[in-house]
Write a protein that binds this ligand. Structure first.
Ligand code: PMV
Length: 333
């Protein structure tokens, strides 16, 4: 038997960058998922097949051996090795593990791909060994894995990927989960430009050092937008939600984290019927999101594609990590 788990990606609706200082961020789990299948090995290796991402290799202890792709890819995969070993440690088992990773979440564009793969890894490995980890524990183990890649992540990504749904987060105050009936469709526009969150956060810090008082005002307004935005989201007040997205984007642009392409995509979305559009996540490339009435979605999606960008329709999802045991012969389904 094998263990299989899936976990969703995420998008930040409000509060990116301001949340680094204060105020809430509002984050949604989206219905694009990562899947991991775990099987036992006779040795002590953790073998990771991430062929659809272009690399595969195995770990002996902490040491990575590339089978396909460059050796530095070991840095991306180290989190999965760590999460796998921590999960086995917690369940008191010693074994080698094969992990097959398949993800529908584009990488390094702010959609929470690494956290989703990590959460799904913990879910699949615990299922493989008949574990009974709570969601809290799954999220915590995945978080330890995340720290290897991101240094000091906030914990938002692993949390929302584990629990699904809508989450608000404030530094020092922790996470709140919110219920929302039905679904709200969004369009994601992907510039396909990878970027580093760390670098973008540093850019904002430099700007704030030169302009402390003014930047503090901007950060406060972004925090207010996030609070109001959560209210509009929970009330499904789409017009107000769209306004707030537009205003938030203007402020993100003002602090230098937008790009020409992100601007083009936001303006394109609005000109083609979106109620609101903004960049999502760290900026400097990556993705933007647009909100539109059901009848306008297809046109917004097409318009973004005409700008030589990827575009996907996503809905927020309540489904967090899900795992099951499967027969070996069903592993490719
Ligand atoms: O693009 P992402 O998903 O890495 O989000 C970054 C969010 C920031 O607020 C810019 C940084 C952070 O740690 O909160």
């Amino acid at each position: 038997m094998l263990g299989e788990a899936t976990a969703p990606g995420k998008m930040i609706l409000f509060g990116e960058h301001s949340v680094v200082y204060r105020g809430p961020a509002v984050v949604l789990a989206i219905d694009r998922r990562a899947k991991v299948i775990a099987g036992k090995r006779d040795d002590e290796k953790v073998y990771i097949d991430a062929d659809n991402l272009g690399f595969s290799g195995y770990f002996e202890g902490d040491e990575y051996h590339a089978v396909r792709g460059k050796a530095w890819r070991g840095r991306n995969l180290a989190a999965l090795n760590m999460s796998t070993r921590k999960t086995m440690e917690r369940l008191d088992v010693e074994s080698g593990v094969n992990l097959k990773v398949r993800s529908m979440i584009p990488i390094a564009v702010g959609l929470g791909s690494s956290a989703a793969v990590n959460v799904a890894t913990v879910g699949a490995v615990q299922r493989l060994f008949d574990g009974d980890l709570s969601k809290e524990e799954i999220s915590n183990i995945a978080f330890e894995g995340e720290t290897i890649i991101h240094g000091k992540p906030s914990g938002v990504d692993n949390n929302v990927s584990t629990f699904g749904g809508v989450m608000s987060y404030e530094r020092g105050k922790g996470f709140n989960h919110h219920q929302i009936e039905g679904s709200i469709p969004f369009i994601i526009g992907n510039t396909r430009k990878k970027r580093s969150t760390k670098k973008m956060v540093e850019t904002v810090a430099v700007l704030r050092e030169r302009n402390p008082a003014l930047m503090d005002n901007v950060i406060d307004v972004m925090g207010s937008i996030a609070s109001e935005g959560l209210d509009a989201l929970l009330k499904k007040d789409l017009k107000r939600l769209g306004d707030l997205m537009n205003i938030n984007h203007g402020l993100l642009s003002s602090i230098g984290v937008s790009t020409m392409k992100l601007e083009t995509l936001c303006h394109t979305a609005r000109a083609n019927g979106a109620l609101g559009a903004k960049l999502t996540g760290a900026g400097g490339g990556g993705c933007m999101i647009a909100l539109a009435e059901e009848t306008e979605l297809a046109e917004v999606e097409r318009a973004i594609r005409r700008r030589k960008s990827d575009s996907y329709r996503v809905s927020l999802t309540d489904r967090g990590v899900e795992s099951r045991r499967i027969e070996e012969k069903n592993a490719d389904s």
